[in-house]
Design a protein around this ligand. Sequence first.
Ligand code: SF4
Length: 577
Amino acid sequence: MGAEPGLTEEQQRYLEGFMRGIAAKLGNGASGAADPALDIHRAAQDRFLAQGKSLVPEELAKREGHPLDMWDAIGANVAAARFPKGLDVFRHKFFGLFYAAPAQDAFMCRLRMPNGILSAHQLRGIAAIAEQHGGGYADVTTRANLQIREIGAAHAIAVLTSLQDLGLTSRGAGADNIRNITGSPTAGIDPQELIDTRPLAHALHHYILNHRELYGLPRKFNIAFDGGGRIGVLEDTNDIGFTAVRVEAGAGIEPGVYFRMQLGGITGHGDFARDAGVVLTPGQCVPMAVAVVRVFIASGDRTDRKRARLKYVLDAWGIDKFMDAVVAEAAFAPARLPVSACTPRGPVEKQGHIGIHPQKQDGFSYAGIALPVGRLGVKEMRGLADIADALGSGTIRLTVWQNLILSDIPDAHVAALEERVAALGLATRVSAVRGGLVACTGNTGCKFSATDTKGQARIIADYLDARLALDQPINIHLTGCPNSCAQHYVGDIGLLGIKVGEDLVEGYTIVVGGGAGGERTLAREIDANVPMADLPARLERILAAYLAHRRDSAESFHDFSARHSVDALKRLFAGPD
Ligand code: SF4
């Protein structure tokens, strides 16, 4: 039996006995007690049952008892040094604990941090947790978040309590819950921003944490706030995307900064979020988001996991009927205003998350640091925390591009920062390929993945950097399965992992020309079943054709792709036989 870290033998024996007693009493790990927080979910489930339909197993698990009441059962597993089984694997995800078998016989713990921002102290603490209880590293996710991997069965409670000691949480980071609230990574420091998104992300984060009925949705749910700064947050790929806009005098409402609300984005299912036709004052955003979630709880599918996302409610109802229900739920009516009545946000700088950039505060800069496929070892975490403390404000900002930003660097300290970052083996200047490389966990840590996305992303970057000099930013997104955590449909080049041929070798489907925000386009497929062995050379041909055939050096890969048909692109990318 594994020992709970930090306990004496006597304490360990007491804990084991205590937990065994509780586990025997609870049986399946759920309390089964009546819980007002489950009422709105049970009412939604009852609607399907009344129609003679069957709930999926995950719904039955949620119906049985609130999964956030799993603490004792998690403790019992810890005491027995065992991983959960059956539907308890699903229930553990409510605490951010993912049992990663068969990819890894270990937990992954996904954190949550509003707006992707944490302190140097917290990053150091995460490094200590990863070192003591995990594999000695953490991954930056595409929701500006961190995941600690390779956590042993006996360490789950120690990880959760250590996170809480740091002022962090993993509650609701997995399963059918509202995921990490993202916001503009340069919030509050961006010379171009219309509004600082941090207070909104913070307020919504804490609202959710303190409302148990907002857990156990029909399916997972993503919310993002875009403040109009230089770096995008892909808010139109979220279930709710708030986009800051300016409304000038004469539009019929008080001029000022508002948020447009978009709903139902899920690019893995071929859809961006659709505009809800309203503008919200900043103070209306959180209650409106909660109203949307409550309507989704009542209306989302509980019988088919593939169709349980918000998009499918909107497809069935249409946006107007859905918004009528949301307004009734919110008990206030936001101003209706067409998109054309709002001044569009300023431009997104495609790889503005990398490099040194001036802040809106005179004399200060922020530094975007590239992390190879988002992975951070404990040495890098501690080193970056020290740099943030010594040369900045101790603030670390994660981005949906799987990198991080250190902010509030006095201009006089920028050279020292670059030196210290380089000494860690990291960089603020990287090639266009490395600056836009995004990869999901892949088959070394995720059972759904057909391919080793992170390892193969590095191979691709090494290969292309040795052969091509790209003068325009390019995003290459590798995702290991159709769940599309790395959002391959919004990459300039998107790669979807598959098994190829009779030998089932690892390979990819290639899509090109995707983008979000101002480049809002779903990438189009130009090749399938490309074995990994052939992929780097195939990508080299694609990028070489772009360099050779673009209108001029200012034409982006996205624009180049957009002005060609799929057949024309295939011909251009075929190259000489
Ligand atoms: Fe796993 Fe698929 Fe997500 Fe990649 S995209 S992390 S393979 S679920």
